[in-house]
Write a new protein. Structure first.
Ligand SMILES: *[C@@H]1O[C@H](CO)[C@@H](O)[C@H](O)[C@H]1NC(C)=O
Ligand SMILES: *[C@@H]1O[C@H](CO)[C@@H](O)[C@H](O)[C@H]1NC(C)=O
Ligand SMILES: *[C@@H]1O[C@H](CO)[C@@H](O)[C@H](O)[C@H]1NC(C)=O
Ligand SMILES: *[C@@H]1O[C@H](CO)[C@@H](O)[C@H](O)[C@H]1NC(C)=O
Ligand SMILES: *[C@@H]1O[C@H](CO)[C@@H](O)[C@H](O)[C@H]1NC(C)=O
Ligand SMILES: *[C@@H]1O[C@H](CO)[C@@H](O)[C@H](O)[C@H]1NC(C)=O
Ligand SMILES: *[C@@H]1O[C@H](CO)[C@@H](O)[C@H](O)[C@H]1NC(C)=O
Ligand SMILES: CC(=O)N[C@H]1CO[C@H](CO)[C@@H](O)[C@@H]1O
Ligand SMILES: [Ca+2]
Ligand SMILES: [Ca+2]
Length: 573
């Protein structure tokens, strides 16, 4: 044990570590940690995670090497869409706590050097929001807060929606209001009416919400569902996508040229960037950041960062979902390489990359890409240039939970025929803290979603206490390594060595950090002498690796066990 620690120290010593980044650049190499508050920690044992629970676990973030946390929505909401239907943007939902508790959370995080980012859901409000109630009732100030349109009449004289637009959650995107005698637009559930961004009063009201929270000390916003902000002003019918297998009730049935990624939408993101930048200019302090959620083709995604020449800036980064959408359990090493290179080739030099393996809308990485590949993928994400994003639980290799249809909560999956295929409940089960009742999520009340049975083997406490290696210890070691100069500023190259082995190399002057990752089921011998010199040493290894930390690998013939992943340092001279 002692000897290993000593060797590791000597190896690390030869690498250069940088001082903390400039205050306007802190986010460029940061690890952002997504907290799903409902499932994180339930302080009052009512079955729902809450802000006090996050405060109780606040030391987990600095201990894990996390720079910033972002909280999925915690605002007042009827919870028709798990908080993505907000009835008051400036008030914490009582299920999660109060605005005062949120202030305490921000202070406690800041005192530990951890930033706090909130979720901003700008496309739509809840239908219970006072704005919408007043809009339905025709109160003058709020009349045009939402997208209203007159009915059309079909050849049989029946009232029909103004056009063919379809909701992401299926069926017409329009719902009739008897009170108002008009249709309102909702790109998601009918309880989520779309705001009218062509109304300058709405634009200003939404900017004021950003300013409200900036004043409270938050460090930025993750912006939900941005492609949907604006729609075609003339409400033109969308053309058919002609994708096979869909009918006129399915979102995929249409090609969304009039409801997604409009130039006005990009402009709104650029305006919001100006709001946060102006706030920093006026109030000082570190950069406040915007991160946008846009599942879009890669060139469109890049436009959310700003114009290619940087004359107008948008989000500090727009999530790179490629490692989620491109890969599955059967992907080859070349698939991994292609996914990474697609991003690196598309992003203009002036912008900062980011890497995401999971979130509350996708199966957990341990389940999607295999529990034994967790360390390898965490290494890949941590060693690639730019921002690393972690979904809570990834650091301990938490897998999807087991949730039956009866126990399910996801509104997009309330149909037994589609539950297994589309429910997002599996990746939302409570965090596994320890092996006590309910995995330490609370003290015994029935959680809103069941705790996974796997918590007896996979939990934070065991992974800290073990004398040997654990996913969590690997994660911590990676977090420390990220401030290394090679990872901060080194070149990047990635290639497939065999069908299953990925080699990622970061190089800065004569120092390199190399990842060798065998994602396959079979052991293989690889020759990596083209990329690795004989002056290397193993810095971090996956939990089952039997190799010695600090020991060199013989580049001409490295035997990698199934799922083995190694981070090695190398000197070229
Ligand atoms: C939101 O809640 C705050 C605090 O309770 C209240 O002052 C404000 O009027 C509410 N806003 C709306 C739009 O309902
Ligand atoms: C579309 O398909 C669904 C089943 O996926 C079916 O229930 C519905 O009747 C179909 N609608 C039309 C208009 O064909
Ligand atoms: C993105 O833009 C590049 C350069 O203009 C082009 O070669 C590529 O085909 C585009 N990709 C997509 C998916 O549109
Ligand atoms: C992976 O491959 C197996 C065997 O060919 C197949 O049954 C399975 O559906 C594939 N999984 C995915 C996610 O493509
Ligand atoms: C490690 O080895 C154990 C026992 O052989 C096995 O159950 C587990 O899947 C392996 N994990 C990894 C990450 O390879
Ligand atoms: C590589 O090493 C393994 C055992 O470590 C050995 O079986 C194999 O023959 C070696 N391959 C070459 C090309 O030297
Ligand atoms: C890198 O290696 C070259 C070739 O051996 C050597 O000349 C140079 O001084 C080294 N640079 C640094 C910064 O160590
Ligand atoms: C991927 C995705 O769609 N995420 C969120 C987008 O916004 C809708 C509506 O607010 C949410 O339901 C999704 O979770
Ligand atoms: Ca609670
Ligand atoms: Ca919209």
């Amino acid at each position: 044990m002692c000897l290993k620690t000593f060797v590791l120290f000597v190896t690390l010593y030869s690498l250069t570590y940088s001082a903390r980044a400039d205050s306007q650049d802190w986010w460029k190499h940061a690890t952002f940690y997504q907290i799903y508050p409902r499932s994180f920690e339930d302080s009052d044992n009512d079955g729902i995670g809450d802000l006090q629970g996050i405060i109780n676990k606040i030391d987990h973030f600095p201990a894990s090497g996390v720079d910033a946390v972002w909280l999925s929505p915690i605002f007042e909401s009827p919870q028709v869409d798990q908080g993505y239907d907000i009835s008051n943007y400036t008030k914490v939902d009582p299920a999660y706590g109060t605005n005062e508790i949120l202030n305490t959370l921000i202070e406690e995080a800041h005192s530990r050097g951890v930033k706090v980012v909130l979720d901003f859901v700008p496309n739509h409000t809840s239908d219970k929001h006072q704005w919408f109630i007043d809009s339905v009732n025709g109160v003058e100030e709020y009349r045009d807060y939402y997208v209203w349109a007159n009915a059309k009449v079909d050849e049989d004289g029946n009232r029909v929606p103004p056009n063919n637009w379809i909701s992401v959650f299926k069926n017409s995107a329009w719902t009739w209001s008897d009170e108002r005698q008009q249709y309102y637009l909702h790109e998601f559930a009918s309880a989520q009416p779309d705001l009218n961004y062509r109304n300058p009063v709405v634009v200003e009201a939404m900017k004021n919400i950003l300013r409200f929270w900036l004043d409270k000390g938050v460090d930025g916003f993750r912006i939900d569902a941005v492609p949907y902000l604006f729609e075609n002003e003339d409400l033109l019918d969308e053309p058919l996508s002609n994708l096979p297998g869909y009918n006129s009730t399915d979102y995929e049935y249409l090609d969304h040229i009039y409801t997604q990624n409009l130039p006005e939408t990009l402009d709104m993101i650029y305006q919001w960037r100006q709001v946060v930048d102006d706030f920093v200019t006026e109030n000082g302090g570190d950069a406040r950041v915007l991160m946008t959620e846009a599942y879009a083709d890669i060139n469109t995604t890049m436009l959310y960062f700003g114009t290619a020449d940087g004359t107008r800036l948008g989000a500090h980064f727009s999530f790179n979902f490629n490692l989620i959408t491109d890969l599955n359990i059967n992907s080859t090493a070349q698939d991994v390489v292609d996914s990474v290179n697609k991003w690196l080739e598309a992003i203009p030099d002036i912008y900062t990359s980011n890497w995401v393996l999971g979130n509350h809308d996708n199966h957990r990485v341990a389940t999607r890409l295999g529990p034994d590949n967790v360390d390898g993928f965490n290494m890949l994400k941590s060693l690639l240039p730019g921002v690393a994003v972690t979904y809570n639980g990834e650091e301990i290799g938490q897998e999807n939970g087991e949730v039956s249809y009866e126990e399910g909560q996801d509104p997009s999956a309330r149909d037994p025929d589609i539950f297994d295929a589309v429910s997002r409940d599996f990746e939302r089960t409570p965090y596994q803290w320890d092996d006590s009742v309910n995995a330490g999520f609370n003290t015994g009340a029935k959680p809103w979603l069941p705790v996974s049975e796997k918590y007896h083997e996979t939990n934070l406490k065991i992974e800290i206490a073990t004398a040997g290696s654990s996913h969590y210890k690997v994660y911590q070691d990676l977090a420390k390594l990220r401030s290394n100069e090679v990872l901060l500023s080194g070149d990047v190259a990635i290639k497939a060595v065999t069908e299953d082995v990925v080699l990622l190399k970061r190089r800065y002057e004569n120092d390199s950090v190399v990842l060798l990752f065998n994602k396959g089921e079979e052991a293989v011998d690889v020759d990596v002498s083209e990329d690795v010199s004989a002056r290397n040493g193993i810095l971090i290894k996956s939990i089952n690796s039997t190799k010695e930390l600090g020991a060199p690998v013989l580049p001409a013939n490295v035997t990698l066990a199934a799922h083995e992943a190694l981070v090695i340092t190398d000197k070229s001279a």
